[in-house]
Design a protein around this ligand. Structure first.
Ligand SMILES: Nc1nc2c(ncn2[C@@H]2O[C@H](COP(=O)(O)OP(=O)(O)OP(=O)(O)O)[C@@H](O)[C@H]2O)c(=O)[nH]1
Ligand SMILES: [Mg+2]
Length: 441
């Protein structure tokens, strides 16, 4: 089996067996056509990959080779002939600024002879290197195998049609053998994922039964979701100036109110192919099946970026949420960084969304207002209750007060008068069972 695996190892990025997870220090050439490649460069940098050179070619993508064949050959020649001292010396990766077809991946590799990543493969590699939990690793592996399978099929296809001087009949059989292994592993992984998903569902059901309300945090990668989660819950999560630091879902309780659950999750990015995002749907869904969704945007972004990111993430969450009237609140983050908040607010209102909250998780600006807003969205206005003094033989007022504390979040207490946030149905039940001892002020 050694021979075909070696052949496959660089082909369109397909690596079998133990995939390489650390790409720190690798040198790459970026090929791009239309559009701005800065995000792709940032993604590569997040992984410690150095983009040595960017090659641009005008015009539309060649459906077979992305760049024109001649130009691509030039790139390949330059890589293979770069001697010590040449800036391209040591380049072992070509990244293309596009979600490429399997056919393009295979053909480009044939020309440049080093590993080739398109945007999807770059994201996959990034996810693999950041996946911390077993569940995240399972999800990423599924996405990776699905992508690999398309390249393997293309290889078989090109050999069958004689388009590619193959590795002979043995080589083709070997690839087909690999394909079978990949399919088998996929089936097993999907079963495993199903188990995680149903465990999540069950945990969610229990929380709802226990009267908890959930607040999801969503937004682009690096928007500051985990930082806000930490600020509101006090629960340690990974915060990093990296894209896709978070790949799994973490649930934490809001510090002021253990009945309110916060859900931190994976972020969005432009044109994330939907089968890649689908691999994370169980994770994402947990954050999106909520009573209130906070949609976070970095207030230091340019207005046009804010608009683009907001409209993409709003579409994603609405498409993925089962609840047609999901309640969404925009939160402008990182208010301490000196972004133009007024302009950002205008963008939000021009999109027909209600006024955004403005917060900084670093200097805590706006956090109290956000907490109030969250409670208001979940419970409506506060209620003030009065407990009457006990007469001899009656249950003590203290016993009722402690029941009120169990019911919701008490923000003020004045002797026998309590002001709190609580669910109306639960409140009515408590009052009905109080023998007239609890009344609404
Ligand atoms: N100045 C400033 N920086 C912040 C603030 N909140 C977050 N950051 C920084 O922004 C970067 C990303 O923060 P995270 O909280 O990891 O963002 P995220 O949305 O969880 O990112 P992913 O998990 O990668 O999708 C980190 O470097 C944070 O320190 C803030 O209020 N002010
Ligand atoms: Mg995060």
């Amino acid at each position: 089996m050694d021979e075909p695996i070696q052949v496959l190892a660089g082909t369109g990025g397909v690596a079998l067996g133990e995939a390489r997870t650390n790409h720190e220090g690798r040198k790459a050439i970026l090929l791009h056509r239309e559009g701005n490649p800065s995000e792709l460069i940032a993604l590569a940098e997040t992984m410690g990959i150095e983009i040595i050179d960017t090659q641009y070619q005008k015009g539309i993508d060649d459906p077979r080779t992305y760049f024109g064949k001649g130009r691509l050959q030039d790139v390949g020649d330059e890589i293979s002939s770069a001697v010590e001292g040449h800036p391209w010396h040591g380049v072992d990766l070509v990244i293309i600024h596009s979600n490429a077809s399997p056919r393009q991946l295979v053909n480009i590799h044939a020309s440049v002879q080093v590993e080739v990543w398109d945007r999807v493969r770059l994201l996959l590699s990034l996810f693999i290197s950041h996946a911390g939990s077993v569940e995240a690793r399972t999800q990423v592996r599924i996405a990776q195998l699905q992508a690999d399978r398309t390249v393997l099929r293309e290889l078989v296809n090109q050999q069958t049609t004689g388009e590619r001087a193959g590795f002979g009949a043995g080589g083709k059989q070997a690839i087909q053998g690999v394909l079978t292994t990949v399919s088998r592993e996929l089936t097993q992984l999907k079963k495993k994922q199903q188990k995680y998903a149903s465990a999540r569902k069950e945990r969610r059901r229990q929380r709802v039964r226990g009267g908890a309300r959930t607040v999801g945090l969503a937004g682009y990668t690096n928007a500051g979701k985990s930082s806000l989660f930490l600020a509101l819950s006090g629960k340690e999560v990974l915060v990093e100036d990296k894209l896709f630091s978070t790949l799994e879902t973490t649930v934490g309780r809001m510090e002021m109110s253990p009945r309110v659950l916060l859900v931190d999750t994976i972020g969005f990015i432009d044109e994330l192919p939907s089968d890649l995002l689908d691999a994370f749907h169980a994770t994402l869904d947990e954050a999106l099946q909520c009573d209130l969704l906070l949609l976070l945007v970095d207030s230091s972004d340019e207005a046009s970026e804010i608009e683009r990111k907001l409209s993409t993430s709003r579409r994603e969450v609405l498409d993925r949420s089962e609840d047609g009237n999901l309640s969404i609140k925009v939160v402008l983050t990182k208010s301490d960084t000196g972004g133009d908040i007024e302009v950002a607010q205008e963008v939000v209102s021009s999109m027909g969304m209600s006024e955004a909250m403005v917060v900084s998780s670093h200097n805590e600006q706006g956090l109290d207002e956000l907490r109030e807003e969250i409670m208001y969205s979940l419970y409506g206005p506060k209620t003030t209750l009065i407990v009457s003094e006990e007469k001899p033989g009656q249950r003590s007022a203290e016993a009722y007060i402690s029941q009120i504390y169990d019911l919701g979040i008490v923000t003020e207490k004045n002797d026998l008068e309590l002001t709190l946030w609580c669910g109306q149905a639960e409140l009515q039940r408590l009052i009905a069972k109080s023998d007239g001892r609890i009344s609404i002020k």
